[in-house]
Design a protein around this ligand. Structure first.
Ligand SMILES: [Zn+2]
Length: 250
């Protein structure tokens, strides 16, 4: 269930049961995703992952509420593209910590972070925030898909690092918001095999320097809604598993 769609009394009643209640925070970005995908692509993906994970947790007997998404994040790699809004890591982390404090005070048992925005500054910020939130006494579930063990559960393109608005992300948007994918542009895009992960490692600071002058990497033309649905299931599973682990340690 989406927390923002519920009246406050529904949350009060869930917290009053004494059973653990989980809040899932979708973390996205407002960032250029090629000429064929919406700026809010990572919000759509994180929302989709969070909704599916909440449904999985509910069937496993754990109450879970999906918070309204955090749409703004550090996104400097795409800063040269119109519409991209990048905020500082300090601002992003402060918001996360304050949300966590509010949840802890109310008696939530766990904050689950559903992130699909893999800008290195954002990933580093989330790792730090997760550690600080844990130290505040709130259990945190943060599956970091940039870690090898989790990445290997996703697609080949994701693992290759040639993955931004390519086959992986385009498939996810096609699964949940197909009306937002510009099909005529998508079908005209040549594959861009430049690896963002390798570019990050050699110190590139923009999509252009990383070999992505049109803000996409990978193969958007090979995307399918079916692949997107499968990726969503795997990401949601990883998030639900992380919640179980976090609750077991708490
Ligand atoms: Zn993205």
């Amino acid at each position: 269930m989406k927390l923002g769609d519920a009246p406050w009394t529904a949350i009060r009643d869930a917290l009053a049961t004494g059973e653990p209640v989980v809040a899932i925070l979708p973390c996205g970005a407002v960032e250029a995703h090629g000429p064929h995908l919406p700026l809010a692509t990572d919000v759509i993906i994180s929302d989709g992952m969070a909704d599916r994970a909440a449904a999985m947790l509910e069937t496993q007997g754990i109450r879970a509420f999906v918070l309204p998404a955090l749409a703004f994040a550090p996104a400097n790699y795409a800063a040269a593209f119109a519409g991209t809004i990048s905020i500082s890591t300090a601002a992003a982390k402060a918001v996360l910590i304050d949300i966590a404090k509010s949840l802890r005070e109310q008696g939530f048992a766990c904050l689950a972070i559903a992130n699909s925005h893999f800008d290195p500054a954002n990933v580093a910020m989330l790792r730090e925030a997760a550690a600080e939130i844990g130290a505040l006494g709130l259990a945190v579930a943060y599956p970091d898909f940039t870690r090898r063990a989790l990445a290997s559960r996703l697609t080949e393109e994701f693992v290759s690092g040639a993955c931004h608005a390519g086959q992986f992300e385009t498939s996810l948007v096609m699964a949940d918001r197909p009306e937002l994918v510009d099909e005529s542009r998508r079908s005209a895009l040549e594959e861009n095999p430049s690896s963002l992960v390798e570019a990050f490692a050699r110190g590139a600071t923009s999509f252009a320097e990383a070999g992505g002058p049109h803000a996409y990497f990978g193969a958007p033309r090979s995307a399918t809604a079916a692949e997107g649905e499968q990726s969503f299931e795997r990401m949601a599973e990883a998030l639900a598993n992380a919640v179980h682990e976090a609750l077991a340690l708490a």
